[in-house]
Ligand binder design. Structure first.
Ligand SMILES: Cc1cc2nc3c(=O)[nH]c(=O)nc-3n(C[C@H](O)[C@H](O)[C@H](O)COP(=O)(O)OP(=O)(O)OC[C@H]3O[C@@H](n4cnc5c(N)ncnc54)[C@H](O)[C@@H]3O)c2cc1C
Length: 459
């Protein structure tokens, strides 16, 4: 027998619980299905544990740098990896149990544990129960991509999930993949004391960003003693008496590297392959992302896909924004669109990269008349006072419309300061307005008006 409800939400990640709660508060009967841990990737294996670990890694880094600040630590520093991972675990457990309490206490929401699978367009099976609803939200997220690289099945490798259970510092961690996740773990473990090598197939780290950003990040990580092996076109793996051998065939350096552990960080795949989408007639693209329109509805009426699995975003804040879009449209009659969203994100190496809108290379492709302004962090008082002067600030604007098109703040506080620009862009405020702002001294943000005043035509 099909158990009828008003709304089915598949996945209790970053959009699902909020969607469930919003519909439940509006008096709808909601079934929220989760096959693993409530809170999904961000809470359990993504943002929260990694940023907690990064905070420990920064503490170690600053302790080592104590002498620069006139603070002497007698006898050096020691990493208690048990305590480090316990901290991360506690942050995750607290967030997860808070979420579970919230869902558990909500009226009109039944949390069903198990793997959900479509059996018809508006029917979903979980074990031997079948649920039917006129509205279904797919929020199944993604997992680490397991690439088809020779020898991978012969070795044990880590992913962002399994690395969180490490209780000791790897002797030599080889990170395969030089993008967000790989870079964050690489720096973190280097600061915990591992030798670290980043192996990247492409010619640059974090190649989606502008070249100046990629190069500055490479300098930063190399400055901390991380080896970067770029252009590793033929990556393969083999067991080695000293751990694991990763063969690279790089254009530069020796052909292989031997490490004690390998972390795979070569992208994410959506959890849509075992969801029975074919039984519902819901279409995906070639990589498995659910195809959605600008309001996040799939090709099947009454079925939406939100969060990482729709390929429109890959962040907690984009998943949450998807929740805001679908509920505002359905329950409040609004006309919100995902294409109205200004891209914003951060890369949490230290110092971080805060990004808003277009990169310089994307802006150049538009053919619009552009203005650009750049300032090194060595000319930012806050950074100088903290003796953390790596990086730069950059803003790009449209010379005609006077709108800011994009910005990057790579440097101390960059993840926070970027919001000064992101908010301007979201409000569509022309940049000359900022010239009248009176920012607080000494901050990183105080240089944003100066940056704006120095906008010059782009060469
Ligand atoms: C290492 C790492 C660090 C990150 N750091 C950041 C960061 O600092 N900032 C940021 O914004 N983002 C970060 N992210 C990305 C962020 O975690 C994701 O964008 C976010 O979790 C996506 O939310 P979601 O709701 O789409 O999916 P998820 O959080 O992945 O949740 C999906 C849920 O669906 C469940 N599920 C899947 N299939 C089924 C099924 N068939 N039946 C029932 N349940 C199912 C899963 O078990 C899971 O709980 C990071 C990711 C990683 C891996």
């Amino acid at each position: 027998v099909t158990e009828a409800c008003d709304v089915i939400v598949i996945g209790a990640g970053q959009a699902g619980p909020s969607i469930a709660s919003r519909f439940a508060k509006a008096g709808r009967k909601v079934v929220l299905i989760e096959r693993s841990l409530v809170g999904g990737t961000c809470v359990n294996t993504g943002c929260m544990p990694t940023k907690t670990l990064a905070a420990s890694a920064r503490a170690a880094h600053m302790a080592r740098r104590g002498g620069d600040f006139g603070i002497r630590l007698k006898g050096g520093i020691e990493i208690d990896m048990r305590r480090v991972s316990e901290r991360a675990h506690t942050v995750t457990i607290n967030a997860r149990s808070g979420l579970e309490r919230w869902i558990g206490s909500a009226e009109n929401i039944e949390l069903v544990r198990g793997h959900a699978k479509f059996i018809r367009p508006h029917e979903v099976a979980v074990g031997d129960r079948i649920f039917g609803a006129p509205r279904i939200f797919i929020n199944v997220g993604g997992r680490a991509r397991y690439p088809n690289m020779p020898g991978l099945s012969e070795i044990e490798c880590l992913t962002n999930t399994s690395i969180l259970t490490l209780k000791k510092v790897p002797r030599h961690l080889i990170v395969v993949g030089g993008s967000y996740i790989g870079l964050e773990f690489a720096q973190m473990y280097r600061r915990f004391g591992s030798d670290v090598t980043i192996v990247e197939q492409g010619p640059a780290l974090i190649s989606r960003e502008d070249e100046d950003v990629s190069l500055a990040i490479k300098d930063m990580v190399e400055g901390e003693g991380i080896a970067c092996r770029l252009n590793a076109r033929c990556i393969s793996f083999a067991p080695h008496s000293d751990g694991i051998q990763v063969n690279l065939d790089c254009g530069e350096g020796s052909p292989g590297v031997v490490g004690s552990d390998v972390l795979l960080a070569v992208g994410r795949v959506p959890n849509t392959d075992d969801l029975g989408l074919e039984s519902a007639g819901v279409l995906t693209d070639g990589r498995g992302f659910v195809l959605v329109d600008d309001k996040l509805e799939t090709n099947v009426d009454g079925v939406w896909a939100v969060g990482d699995c729709n390929g429109k975003g890959a962040f907690t804040h984009t998943a949450y924004n998807d929740f805001e879009i679908v509920t505002a449209n359905i329950l409040e009659g609004e006309q919100r669109k995902v294409s109205d969203r200004i891209p914003g994100y951060a890369l949490y190496i230290d110092p971080p990269l805060g990004r808003a809108g277009m990169t310089e290379k994307e802006a150049r492709k538009t053919g619009w008349p552009l203005l650009i302004s750049k300032r090194p962090m060595t000319k930012v008082g806050r950074a100088v006072e903290r003796d953390e002067t790596l990086g730069f600030m950059k803003v790009i604007a449209d010379a005609e419309t006077k709108q800011i098109l994009g910005a990057a703040i790579l440097g101390v506080g960059g993840d926070e300061a970027i919001h000064g620009i992101l908010d301007m862009m979201s409000a569509h405020i022309p940049f000359p307005v900022l010239e009248w702002a009176v920012p607080i001294h000494p901050t990183v943000s105080e240089l944003i008006p100066t940056l704006i005043r120095n906008l010059k035509p782009m060469q």
